[in-house]
Design a protein around this ligand. Structure first.
Ligand code: GLU
Length: 392
C-alpha cells in the first residue's frame, strides 16, 4: 500500500482514461491542441519505459458535433449513430497526433461481454498485450455502436478499471473535469474537504460520491469510485485528476492537485480479479452470520449457511454473497444452478445427494472460486497464477 504519491513515471504500465469533455467542445468539435499536448506527455512516459494504454471517451460527443445534433438526451439509436460517426474521427485524431510523436496507435473497441466472459476476456487481453509488446499504444473505447443498455458499461471509468486489471496495470489515471474527490459536492457545499490520499475505499468514501454527471460524459464520481474499487482490489493504484490543463500528465507529475487511491495491500491475482470485477452478478446468496465469519477466515460457502437464493443463474455463473445486513461480503462462482441452490439452501452437505439425486460439490461456492472483500491468501494466489499461466 502506498501512503503517499509516487512519481507517475515510476509505474510500469498505466491506463489513462480521458473524459469526453476534455477532448470535445460542444461548439467547435475536437480540441486538437489539447490532444497534441497529452500525446507529448504520453511520449515522455514511454521514453521512460512506461507502457501506456488510453481509454478515450468522446465518440458520441464528437459524432454529435459532426452531425450537429441538438443538445439534450439522445435516443439509443441516435447515440449509436453518433458513436459510429464520432469513433472513426476520434481514432483518426489519436492516430495522427500519436504519429507526430512517432508512436503507432491501435484501436480496440470492447463490449461488456469482452471483459465479463472468461474466454472473450482472455482473447481481448491477448490482443491488447500484443499491441503493447510491439510498442503500439492501444486506444480503447466501448463499442457504443452495438452495445445496448443491458450489455453495456455505459461509462468509461469502469471500463478503464477493467482494462487496467485485465492488463495488470499498476496505475489508472482518470482525467476529467474534476480534480479529485471531495467530502461533499464542492459546488453545493462550501465546507467540502478535498481528499488527496485515499488509503482504502470505505463505505464513508463511497457515500461521498454523489451521482453527478454532465451532459457530455456518463460517469460521475460514483462510477469513478466503482472504478477505484475494481482497480485497487487488483493491486492497481488510481488517480483522479483534472484534465482541464494542457499537459495534464506532466501537471500531475509536477504535483498538481489530485486524489490518489492506494492499491490493496493484498492484491488478488488474475482469476480472482476477474471474479471480483464482474459487474453484473447473475444472482445473490444471502448467508447467515456463521457463514459470514467462515468466509472471513478463508472457508468455502456451504449450503447450510445460505438462507436465501435470489436470481436465475447457472453453475459457473458469478453470484454475489451477502450478509444478514444486505452488504456484499464476497463474490464467487456458483457450484449449482439457482433451482438446485434453492433446494439445498440451509441443508447439510451430506443431504445433497438425497435432495438432488446426485452427489454434487459439498460447497455452494468453493473458496478457490471466491473473492472475499479484503482478505486473500497468498497460497491461493500463487495457485491462481499457475492456473492463469496454463490458461493464457
Ligand atoms: N463511450 C462513450 C463515448 O465514447 C463515453 C462513455 C463515458 O462518457 O464514460 O462517447
Amino acid at each position: 500500500m502506498i501512503a503517499s504519491r509516487k512519481a507517475v513515471a515510476s509505474h510500469r504500465r498505466i491506463v489513462i482514461k480521458i473524459g469526453s469533455a476534455l477532448l470535445v467542445d460542444r461548439r467547435t468539435g475536437l480540441k486538437s491542441d489539447w490532444l497534441e499536448a497529452i500525446c507529448a506527455d504520453i511520449a515522455a512516459l514511454r521514453t521512460q519505459g512506461v507502457d501506456v494504454l488510453v481509454v478515450s471517451s468522446g465518440a458520441i460527443a464528437l459524432g454529435r458535433s459532426v452531425l450537429d445534433l441538438p443538445s439534450g438526451a439522445l435516443k439509443l439509436e441516435e447515440s449509436q449513430a453518433a458513436a459510429a460517426v464520432g469513433q472513426i474521427a476520434l481514432a483518426r485524431a489519436w492516430s495522427q497526433s500519436l504519429s507526430r510523436q512517432e508512436i503507432v496507435a491501435g484501436q480496440i473497441l470492447l463490449t461488456l461481454g469482452d471483459t465479463e466472459e472468461r474466454r472473450r476476456y482472455l482473447n481481448a487481453r491477448a490482443t491488447i498485450n500484443q499491441l503493447l509488446r510491439i510498442g503500439a499504444v492501444p486506444i480503447i473505447n466501448e463499442n457504443d455502436t452495438v452495445a445496448t443498455s443491458e450489455i453495456r458499461y455505459g461509462d468509461n471509468d469502469r471500463l478503464a478499471a477493467r482494462v487496467a486489471t485485465m492488463t495488470g496495470a499498476d496505475l489508472l489515471i482518470l482525467l476529467s473535469d474534476i480534480d479529485g474527490l471531495y467530502s461533499a459536492p464542492p459546488h453545493l457545499d462550501a465546507q467540502a474537504r478535498f481528499l488527496d490520499i485515499i488509503p482504502v475505499i470505505t463505505p464513508e468514501i463511497e457515500a461521498m460520491a454523489g451521482g453527478a454527471a454532465s451532459e457530455l460524459s456518463r460517469g460521475g464520481m460514483r462510477t469513478k469510485i466503482d472504478a477505484g474499487k475494481i482497480a485497487t482490489a487488483a493491486g492497481c493504484a488510481m488517480i483522479i485528476a483534472s484534465g482541464k490543463v494542457d499537459h495534464p500528465l506532466r501537471a500531475i507529475e509536477q504535483g498538481s492537485r489530485s486524489s490518489w487511491f492506494s492499491p490493496s495491500a493484498n492484491p488478488v491475482t488474475a482469476r480472482k480479479t476477474w471474479i471480483a470485477g464482474q459487474l453484473q452478478p447473475a444472482g445473490e446468496l444471502h448467508v447467515d452470520e456463521g457463514a459470514r465469519r467462515a468466509l472471513g477466515t478463508g472457508k468455502s460457502l456451504l449450503p447450510a449457511g445460505v438462507r436465501r437464493v435470489e436470481g436465475h443463474f447457472h453453475r459457473g455463473d458469478t453470484v454475489a454473497i451477502l450478509g444478514a445486513d444486505g452488504r456484499e461480503i464476497a463474490r464467487g462462482l456458483a457450484s449449482y444452478d439457482a433451482d438446485e441452490a434453492r433446494r439445498i439452501a440451509g441443508r447439510k452437505s451430506i443431504e445433497i445427494e438425497a435432495l438432488l439425486g446426485y452427489a454434487g460439490r459439498a460447497a455452494m461456492v468453493h473458496r478457490d472460486d471466491m473473492v472475499v472483500a479484503g482478505t486473500m491468501q497468498a497460497r491461493q494466489d500463487r495457485e491462481d497464477s499457475k492456473e492463469d499461466a496454463a490458461h493464457a
